[in-house]
Design a protein around this ligand. Structure first.
Ligand code: ATP
Ligand code: MG
Length: 650
């Protein structure tokens, strides 16, 4: 149990508090802490009444629900007897007012730009929905989606939702094997793919991977192939061209009014901590909470150009690239390629050209840009930005400050959003017009969300002490099960304390009730009797001007119980010397205390990451201990990184 880490946390970072800018707050959806506290209290008094009211406000229900919640731990059902359709809520609802408004602003890596209006998107979705029906796809059937970040990825998801098919998106950067495993687990009947996609100036061979995987997916009947790069090769007997499938189909398709608990999608987790889990989300509860959090957290207004840089292959892409913005009638930016291609300032160039106003990305991207230096963003007109967000990992205060000062030019509030594939929607985040922020803290829970930091026995730990992060009651967008593995669902999420959802993260609440996520519980180590969140040691390391990225893991040590091994990458032009190593150790001692001083610092060219950009500390633990990795490595971005680390070891 992490218990005394609070004393070790840099006092400096906690002292900085940034109130929301007055001019921002004046126009925000939620404008003050009083508003937030009122909503929070309302939800605490009667969670079911609160969620019932939100559900009626957020969605069109073709048939109204009668019961808000049925909670038989670990299973929840929401908005029972209600019927709705998510494609209808994303599209048809807006057609009267927003038919000609841009729904998707797409930019391909080669620079091709497409603006898809709500009217066009609705027609495209309906044609594909009709085409899928013609291929025999029925309500409840699983459809795989393995596409680049092109508008058709959103069209595919919405077409499935339109007819009640369950989509399972696999990130386009995954290999044939990873695709095969996920499609088999989901039991996909049809797979939507493309001849390829553009990434770093090269073609990602999606169709080739599908051809490799398909013979080993017995449930798979048809593969629909979109032409994106013009290099797909011939179509086989299983294949059908996307263009041919939708040509001649009607642009009208009546929505399938599904029960609120009808499955919407299966999505596999990032695999940072183990074998990916097939997280199942259902329709009504997911939609209500995603719609609500998109508007509150990103403060969307009619004129906003909203850009969340996540790939649709991750939950962030599902909730905050596609469903959330479209339910709110917003303009959502989709970018196909790599962030630093063909120039390292591609993102800032795009922000300036498209006048992006809300920008949401991951700490790993922010740290990459920070390493590249201030000159790149400073070359561009970033004055359209009014709000910045981050998600995916704890953000170290240095990166937070850089984001605020250099990208946000001190003007934009930052929302550090904590949530998971399993939670479906943002759970803990500042509301940008209301919540004073502290760099590195995700701040306060959304109304209706009961965040608890507990010890193993289920007792609340006092403010400032580290513990296990739980959600104390069900919420509408929670996962319903692990697809095909009910036992793993019950054990992973409700096995610690009955009736409470265990997040797998370690965290502490400070005296203001602000949440500080310390990383995965596995990443909290015990050094000579002290509990340390490795994220805090990493944060101290990256606050040194020479360091670009750091990952800290524990290694069994006869003397101290656990020794700290730090893997460090340095900034461009920095020379690795024994003096630097000594300096870094002194720096950590100064920032946190002698107890956090790394026993070993290993300089590396790169750190092993998941394809979503998260450091895979479980692999580094093996490297540090000199063991072979036995865990799942299918989500590792670059196997060479691991090999290089091992070679350096030898
Ligand atoms: P797996 O569950 O397969 O190990 P994963 O946990 O990386 O993979 P995701 O659901 O994509 O899969 O990530 C959720 C996790 O990301 C959270 O549990 C938390 O550890 C981390 N996280 C997300 N957002 C934040 C944030 N704002 N601050 C701190 N940590 C965050
Ligand atoms: Mg997880």
């Amino acid at each position: 149990m992490p218990d005394d880490s609070h004393a070790l946390h840099s006092v400096l970072t906690e002292a900085r508090i940034f109130p929301p800018p007055a001019e921002f707050a004046a126009k925000a959806h939620i404008r003050s802490m009083e508003d937030y506290r009122r909503l929070y209290a309302e939800a605490e008094r009667n969670p079911e009444a609160y969620w019932g009211a939100r559900a009626r406000e957020e969605l069109h229900w073709e048939t109204p629900f009668r019961t808000v919640l049925e909670w038989k731990p670990p299973h929840s059902r929401w908005f029972i007897e209600g019927r709705t359709n998510l494609a209808y809520n994303c599209l048809d609802r807006h057609l009267e007012k927003r038919r000609d408004k841009v729904a998707i602003l797409f930019e391909g890596e080669p620079g091709d730009v497409r603006r898809v209006t709500y009217g066009q998107l609705a027609a495209d979705v309906n044609r594909l929905a009709n085409g899928l029906k013609r291929l025999g796809v029925k309500k409840g059937d699983r459809v795989g989606i393995y596409l680049p970040m092109v508008p058709e990825a959103a069209v595919a998801m919405l077409a499935c939702a339109r007819i009640g098919a369950v989509h399972s998106v696999v990130f386009g950067g995954f290999s044939a094997e990873a695709l095969r495993d996920r499609m088999n687990d989901a039991g996909a009947k049809v797979l939507l793919t493309a001849d390829g996609g553009w990434r770093k100036g090269a073609v990602v061979p999606l169709k080739k991977n599908v051809d490799e995987a398909a013979p080993h997916i017995p449930t798979l009947e048809r593969v629909v192939v979109l032409e994106r790069v013009g290099q797909g090769g011939a179509l086989g007997p299983r294949d059908v061209s996307w263009k041919a499938l939708v040509e001649g189909e009607s642009d009208v398709c009546a929505p399938e009014w599904v029960e609120s608990e009808h499955p919407l999608f299966i999505l596999y987790t990032s695999g940072s901590t183990g074998k990916p889990k097939g997280v199942l989300h259902t329709t009504g509860g997911y939609a209500v909470n995603v719609s609500l959090t998109t508007r509150w957290v990103f403060d969307l207004e009619e004129e906003d150009v909203y850009w969340c840089t996540a790939d649709v292959g991750w939950v962030t892409g599902h909730s905050y690239v596609v469903y959330g913005p479209l339910m709110n009638g917003a303009t959502t930016v989709l970018y196909e390629g790599a962030p630093v291609h063909p120039q390292p300032d591609r993102f800032w160039d795009m922000v300036a050209r498209h006048r992006v106003s809300v920008f949401y990305t991951a700490p790993t991207a922010i740290r990459t840009f920070m390493r590249l230096g201030d000159a790149l963003p400073r070359k561009h007109d970033l004055s359209s930005l009014r709000l910045l967000g981050t998600v995916g990992e704890p953000i170290n205060p240095e990166a937070w400050m850089w984001y605020r000062e250099v990208i946000g030019q001190g003007r934009c509030p930052i929302v550090d959003t904590w949530w998971q594939t399993e939670t479906g929607a943002i759970m803990v985040s500042p509301l940008p017009g209301a919540t004073p922020t502290k760099p590195g803290s995700a701040t306060l829970p959304m109304p209706g969300i009961k965040v608890e930091v507990l010890d193993k026995a289920g007792h609340a730990v006092p403010a400032g002490k580290g513990g296990l992060l739980f959600i104390g009651r069900p919420w509408p967008s929670m996962l319903r099960t692990v697809w095909g593995d009910e036992e793993r669902y019950a054990r992973s999420y409700f096995g610690e304390i009955p009736g409470k959802y265990f997040t797998g993260d370690g965290a502490r609440l400070d005296a203001d009730g602000y949440l500080w996520v310390m990383g995965r519980v596995d990443d909290v180590v015990n050094v000579a009797g002290h509990r340390l969140g490795t994220a805090e040691v990493e944060s101290a390391l990256v606050s040194h001007p020479s360091v670009s990225e750091a990952a800290v893991v524990g290694r069994p040590d006869a003397l101290k119980g656990t020794a700290l091994v730090a893997f460090v990458t340095v900034k461009k032009g920095v020379e690795v010397t024994p003096q630097l190593e000594a300096q870094l150790c002194t720096h950590v001692t100064k920032e946190i205390g002698a107890i956090a001083r790394p026993d070993v610092i290993r300089f590396a060219e790169a750190l092993p990451k998941t394809r979503s950009g998260k450091i895979m500390r479980r692999l580094l633990r093996d490297v540090a201990a000199g063991k072979e990795s036995t865990g799942d490595v299918t989500t590792l971005e670059d196997l060479n990184v691991l090999a290089a680390l091992r070679e350096a070891e030898e």
